[in-house]
Design a protein. Structure first.
Lengths: 59, 229, 246
């Protein structure tokens, strides 16, 4: 295990590379999901406002 | 009716002549970029060392970085005033192909911003320890290079017309696109200063100029129309 | 004719929204499997390179990132051209969605290239042809995103940035050529070599898996981002009301 982490002496270059790759992948997933969540939330709110406006007009 | 229509070459000529005349009335628009160029060039000896051998090594780099930055600075004035007073809108409505009119405008801009740099470049080169035989290549390369920069820059200037922040954004857009000019121009100058044949990079610069001159006005025209929408 | 109607149907926002929503797992799950398998293969089963030792394992994230950053730019430019010519908002949305993804992978490629270069060259940064043109590609992305954010009006941002993307994509080969030309004058061969026929299958297969996985991941991310863009752009459309009830 220790040998695997050491990567033949190159561990301190290999692991940060993979760490950064993981960070970039996760950032991409997180930011895309956050955009989607915000957009959905926004759309729901607008639809709710529109619906309550319509109700008031009927009343 | 036929008396009112203008032929396309004549319209382009009128645009060119108007821009030249305006520039001669507002002279600082022409002189400021050159002064800026000379100031940038004087920064290098101060930052590096007054040692002639070192300066001679970076002479081509100084001339080209200076030329690139000062032609970026000059781009600000390409469309801004014409947008403010409505001239640009008139050009789009004139019924003439906008790309050709913008070609004329950019040509005027190149004459007004590029030619002064061509004249100033040998003085910078002399101050960096260059000798006379490189001047032909130096001036040709600066002339070709500033032409490419003007035409690429006209697209960038047109794109940033309608946006909130102008000049820094313009540099961000144009600088990466201008790098081939820097590479070929500096290389040609460097070769000439070492007394080697510099035809290769000069031809590449010329090819770049032809490509940019044929394509960029169309992109500028599209960008101006978008900005004025 | 059939493809044309299909194209039109797909470019209608509600239809796209539904289809893309269904497609996401079909991209995301294979992407996850391929990336995990490829990286496992690259880190564990692939033998060490005879020249570069274990350091070559960085290729399994570096090369796919380089590919993705270039592919994103191409996608962005093609989508921008489609959007500009046929005035399709979805294409603009795809262009806008691709930029941050491509920029993030360009950055990943740069930093992993630097980490790879440190033991190989002995410096963190070498003005090597590949890395330099990757750096310029990263700058092109930054310019594109800066231009987009400088416009308040979405339609104008779309159209102006589309012109920039097209101008940029015409320039990318010129920039590549000039940087390589410049580089070949100043130094010898590059240390980072991409996989060629010389690579044994035990090294190559994980690399190909990573390439495929990253590409599929891009497809999934683009679907999510374009869907969000569609929701934002269509905020006044009636088909969104159903979503509010649902």
């Amino acid at each position: 295990m220790h040998e695997f982490m050491n990567m033949g002496g190159y561990g301190r270059y290999v692991w940060p590379s993979y760490g950064l790759a993981a960070a970039v992948l996760l950032w991409n997933i997180w930011s895309a999901m956050r955009l989607q969540r915000q957009a959905l939330e926004h759309a729901r709110r607008r639809a709710a406002i529109a619906a309550s406006d319509a109700d008031r007009r009927i009343a | 009716m036929s008396g009112l229509t203008t032929s396309l070459p004549r319209a382009a000529w009128l645009v060119l002549a108007r821009d030249m005349r305006l520039a001669f009335r507002r002279w600082e628009q022409v002189t400021h970029p050159v002064v800026f160029f000379l100031m940038i060039a004087s920064l290098f000896p101060l930052a590096l060392s007054p040692e002639p051998s070192q300066l001679r090594n970076i002479a081509a780099c100084v001339v080209w970085v200076g030329a690139l930055l000062s032609s970026l600075l000059a781009l600000e004035s390409l469309y801004r005033a014409d947008q403010d007073d409505g001239t640009l809108e008139q050009l789009t409505l004139s019924g003439q192909p906008l790309a050709v009119l913008l070609f004329a405008k950019t040509l005027a801009h190149w004459l007004l911003s590029g030619i002064p740099l061509v004249v100033a470049a040998p003085f910078v080169a002399i101050s960096m320890g260059a000798t006379g035989e490189a001047f032909g290549v130096l001036m040709t390369s600066v002339a070709l290079g500033t032409g490419v920069l003007s035409f690429i820059g006209s697209v960038g200037a047109a794109l940033t017309l309608g946006s909130r922040r102008g000049s820094v954004l313009l540099s961000l857009l144009v600088l990466p696109l201008a790098l081939p000019v820097l590479i070929f121009g500096a290389r040609a100058t460097d070769l000439a200063m070492r007394g080697e044949p510099a035809a290769g990079p000069l031809w590449l610069l010329a090819a770049l100029l032809i490509l940019t001159v044929t394509l960029a006005p169309w992109a500028s025209a599209a960008a101006v129309r978008i900005s004025l929408e | 004719m059939a493809t044309w109607t299909w194209f039109h149907k797909l470019s209608s926002p509600p239809h796209f929204y539904r289809i893309a929503g269904k497609m996401i797992p079909w991209y995301a799950i294979p992407a996850a499997l391929l990336i995990v398998a490829g990286i496992y293969g690259g880190l564990v089963t692939a033998p060490a390179d005879y020249q570069q030792g274990e350091a070559f394992r960085i290729i399994y994230v570096h090369a796919p990132a380089a590919w993705l950053s270039l592919m994103c730019y191409m996608t962005m430019a093609i989508a921008a051209a489609v959007g500009l010519i046929w005035r399709i908002k979805l294409a603009h949305a795809l262009a806008a969605a691709s930029a941050p993804i491509g920029a993030s992978f360009a950055l990943l490629c740069l930093v992993t290239g630097s980490l790879w270069g440190r033991p190989m060259w002995g410096t963190w940064w070498e003005w090597d042809g590949r890395l330099t043109s990757q750096l310029i590609l990263f700058f092109l992305y930054l310019g594109y995103m800066a231009l987009r954010s400088a416009y308040d009006d979405l339609t104008r941002a779309d159209r102006a940035s589309a012109v920039l993307a097209i101008v940029g994509v015409v320039n990318v080969p010129i920039i590549h050529f000039s940087v390589y030309w410049w580089n070949s004058l100043h130094q010898g061969s590059t240390v980072i070599r991409k996989g060629g026929p010389a690579m044994p299958p035990s090294m190559l297969i994980p690399l190909l898996m990573c390439f495929a996985g990253f590409t599929l991941l891009y497809a999934a991310l683009a679907c999510v981002r374009v869907r969000a863009e569609v929701l934002h752009r269509e905020r006044n459309a009636s088909w969104l009301k159903e979503l509010g009830q649902g």
